[in-house]
Design a protein around this ligand. Structure first.
Ligand SMILES: C[S@@+](CC[C@H](N)C(=O)[O-])C[C@H]1O[C@@H](n2cnc3c(N)ncnc32)[C@H](O)[C@@H]1O
Length: 207
């Protein structure tokens, strides 16, 4: 199981943003929905073994988390506007955002109050990986061989120092997909590809 926790420092935690100006009105929720697409959607399909958490740190009901489970979500479309619409409707459906547990608002999509620290409780025994360009090379990183891995990904402004330190102190491995700082969704795509390659090679060996 792969989990991706995408941390939006100012991403809008309410439905109060405009779909026709997503970058300008949503605290860059556009970055998060592109990560959602990269983590969950493949050509003509949805990854059944992936779960994405969008941590929304901006606006009045912040913080809130939207969780999307690939195995259960229905009618996910790959374009940014459709995914942003889905997030907007999900946030509106749980408008008060007061629940301290994940409330399912449509199949496979749940919303809860809280930030990064509360997502941790949902990650089970996942090995924690913090994606950052200064980390260890993903190609030789043993953490990706674990059965359950949770990747933490920053938005356009990255992680703040406190969050980063907190994750490292929890045991997160800092891992880089390459030496160049990329857009967040590209880092998600590359790390997903690395997982795909390892899984394919393991199943070839098992045959
Ligand atoms: C656009 S980058 C953040 C840029 C931000 N200005 C900073 O200094 O952190 C967004 C996120 O993508 C991920 N990322 C980008 N390039 C990466 C790389 N080469 N290796 C691993 N993760 C990367 C990181 O999680 C990063 O927080």
């Amino acid at each position: 199981m792969r989990r991706f926790v995408i941390v939006g420092q100012r991403a809008c935690a309410s439905a109060d943003f405009r779909l026709d100006d997503l970058p300008g009105t949503s605290g860059r929720l556009d970055v998060l929905v592109r990560c959602l697409r990269a983590a969950l959607l493949v050509s003509h399909g949805v990854r059944q073994d992936a779960i994405v958490y969008l941590v929304l740190g901006g606006g009045v009901p912040a913080k809130r988390v939207v969780r999307v489970e690939g195995a259960a979500a229905r009618f996910l479309r790959p374009d940014e506007r459709s995914l942003a619409t889905l997030v907007k409707k999900s946030l509106a459906a749980e408008a008060e955002g007061e629940s301290e547990r994940f409330v399912e608002v449509r199949p496979g999509i749940a919303v809860r109050r809280g930030g990064l620290e509360l997502v941790l409780a949902d990650l089970g025994d996942a090995v924690l990986v913090l994606l950052e360009p200064a980390g260890a090379d993903v190609r030789s990183e043993p953490a990706l061989d674990a059965a359950h891995v949770a990747f933490f990904v920053g938005d356009h402004s990255g992680f703040d120092d406190v969050e980063r330190r907190w994750l490292i102190d929890l045991g997160a491995r800092a891992v880089a997909v390459g030496p160049v700082q990329l857009h967040a969704e590209d880092a998600v795509t590359i790390v997903s590809n690395e997982m795909d390659r390892r899984e394919a090679s393991n199943s070839r060996r098992a045959r």
